[in-house]
Write a protein that binds this ligand. Structure first.
Ligand SMILES: CC(C)(COP(=O)(O)OP(=O)(O)OC[C@H]1O[C@@H](n2cnc3c(N)ncnc32)[C@H](O)[C@@H]1OP(=O)(O)O)[C@@H](O)C(=O)NCCC(=O)NCCS
Length: 143
């Protein structure tokens, strides 16, 4: 039986473990450094959720409300537990949190080759807006 709980900085190592086995690139010298994650968690408009099977963390997601939109970020499910619709459970928790913060519109950035993620978000009711291109300004590759 899976359950979801809000995470704290105590869960940092497990979050990194789940991202790593899931193949999500993470930036240990940049925004995924422990002190940066701790700071992100202190932001009341941000929440990290973990999905657990007994005591084992098998999924992670971050919800961020930027004051205008709700963002579902860094969604990952342990490869041994994929294809069971568990991503949608985490997306739902995230959306619930984001709505409580005041978000009406929910968004996610997904690489166009990431079919599993595209499918998971489509099943959760998200539509791809093809006219938008993502622009980013980075101080370094590691940030
Ligand atoms: C994207 C991800 C979170 C989806 O999690 P999930 O719980 O497996 O989601 P679902 O069960 O809804 O399955 C989604 C799609 O994954 C694929 N899938 C199904 N079973 C699978 C399996 N055993 N192994 C891998 N992929 C599988 C299918 O394409 C499925 O789509 P379909 O249901 O239309 O056939 C997960 O694949 C993941 O962690 N990927 C790596 C990290 C990542 O890319 N995160 C998203 C960043 S935007």
């Amino acid at each position: 039986m899976s359950n979801v709980k809000r995470l704290s900085i105590e869960d940092y190592d497990e979050i990194i473990r789940v991202w790593s086995i899931s193949g999500l690139p993470y930036k240990p010298k940049g925004r995924d450094r422990k002190n940066m994650i701790a700071k992100e968690m202190e932001n009341p408009n941000c929440a990290f959720f973990g999905l657990f099977e007994s005591d084992k963390m098998i999924g992670v997601v971050i919800g961020n409300f930027d004051g205008r939109r709700g963002w579902v970020n860094r969604l990952a499910i342990d490869p041994d537990y994929r294809g069971k619709g568990l991503a949608s459970l985490l997306i739902e928790y995230c959306e619930d949190f984001l709505r409580k913060q005041g978000a009406m519109v929910m968004c996610a950035l997904i690489e166009d080759i990431n079919y599993p993620s595209i499918s998971a978000f489509q099943k959760a009711g998200y539509n791809c807006e093809h006219t938008i291109k993502y622009f980013a300004k980075r101080p370094s590759k590691e940030a």
